[in-house]
Design a protein around this ligand. Structure first.
Ligand SMILES: [Mg+2]
Length: 367
């Protein structure tokens, strides 16, 4: 195909930002987060995309993906997506390869919208003006005071009517503290806020069911990864036994992963991460797949990369307003969104409406 307006360059950089406190969930702990930024040039403008991944993703972008998409027409994002899928065949389309593809795909959609001078959610075709969000953090490393302050910041100050905490501490070996923290969380937000929990795969199936039974008074409505998201039979068993909606899918890369999860009846709501799953191009196909199984989609993390496509997804439920990523995106970009009242309104500026503040990011740059 001839390109009237070719992609002229793809640039990748990486930034590691320390957390504001030690953080852990049921199966992992961390003290920093790395953002891999992709800038896509064409037609005299630049599109922005990113993923949260090791800096090795930036090497994949520049070494494999940039040559694959260069000279493709900026308007033909599906052609670029197909070229990237071919380029990562041998190193692997799933896993980190998909994270790299996602960052470039999102940058190319943003570039196209900026070139056409339309908001990204309008380019994709919006079905709603605002996108529901939920406050997400509540790390197992927090003290009771830290947990209460964070949850009340969302529920009271920002009036976000749904919040999520991490449970499954130390691989599910400290259930008494999990139950105590669930009680603390309910007490902090009061009866009118939806309370979600995420075990990050820390429990066994029967253990997860017992935790929900013992926490019944706290009326948990969302139980994320009660068991490993690879244990589809376990997810299905928990789903059948608890009142809360069971959710998983945040590690999914590529359409077949989501097809297996949906066809196993493993979840009540499918999670997808636009910065991992293959970008906006693949997200749209995953959302259609979920719809065919009667499921809604919830957006995992990277909130400002997700808002536009969330607004354009008919069967969308809510977007994870994740503490670490909100903090980094507010630090690195002008034009970030206000979750006050429990939803965000995608920008009316061209593209995703964000401007990268390179000087503010520079102290964190590692590549
Ligand atoms: Mg999760």
């Amino acid at each position: 195909m001839s390109a009237a307006t070719p992609v002229t360059a793809i640039r990748a950089s990486a930034y590691t930002v320390p957390t504001d406190a030690p953080e852990a969930d049921g199966t992992y702990s961390w003290d920093s987060t790395t953002l891999v930024l992709v800038e896509a040039d064409g037609g005299g403008t630049t599109g922005l995309g990113w993923t949260y991944a090791p800096a090795a993703a930036a090497a994949l972008v520049e070494g494999l993906l940039a040559p694959a998409v260069r000279d493709i027409d900026v308007l033909d994002v599906p052609a670029a997506a197909a070229a990237m899928a071919r380029a990562v065949r041998n190193p692997g389309r799933t896993g980190l390869g998909s994270y790299a593809v996602s960052a470039v795909d999102c940058a190319l959609w943003d570039l196209k919208a900026r070139l056409l001078e339309v908001p990204l959610h309008k380019l994709l075709g919006a079905v709603r003006d605002t996108v529901a969000v939920y406050g997400s953090g509540g790390f197992t490393t927090y003290t009771e005071d830290q947990l209460r302050d964070q949850l009340q910041g969302w529920a009271r100050e920002q009036r976000i009517p749904r919040v999520k905490i991490k449970i499954g501490q130390d691989g599910g070996t400290n259930v008494p503290r999990d139950l105590e923290r669930i009680r603390q969380a309910r007490a902090a937000v009061g009866p009118g806020t939806e309370l979600f929990v995420d075990a990050n795969g820390g429990y066994t199936a029967k253990q997860a069911v017992r935790v929900m039974r013992d926490a019944a008074e706290e009326r948990i409505s969302w139980f994320e990864e009660p068991v490993s998201s690879d244990d589809l039979a376990g997810l299905r068993a928990v789903r059948a036994a608890v009142d809360a909606d069971v959710a998983a899918g945040e590690y999914g890369t590529g359409l077949p992963y989501f097809q297996r999860m949906c066809s196993a009846d493993a979840v009540d709501c499918l999670q997808a991460d636009v910065s991992r799953c293959g970008g906006i191009s693949e997200w749209l196909r995953i959302a259609a797949l979920a719809a065919a199984h009667g499921l809604e989609v919830s957006g995992h993390c990277a909130p400002h990369l997700s808002a536009a496509v969330a607004a354009a997804t008919p069967n969308f439920r809510h977007l994870e307003w994740f503490h670490d990523h909100v903090r980094i995106e507010d630090l690195f970009f002008d034009g970030t969104l206000d979750p006050g009242g429990g939803c965000v309104r995608p920008s009316d500026a061209p593209g995703n409406g964000l401007a990268f503040r390179a000087a503010d990011a520079e102290p964190y740059r590692i590549r």
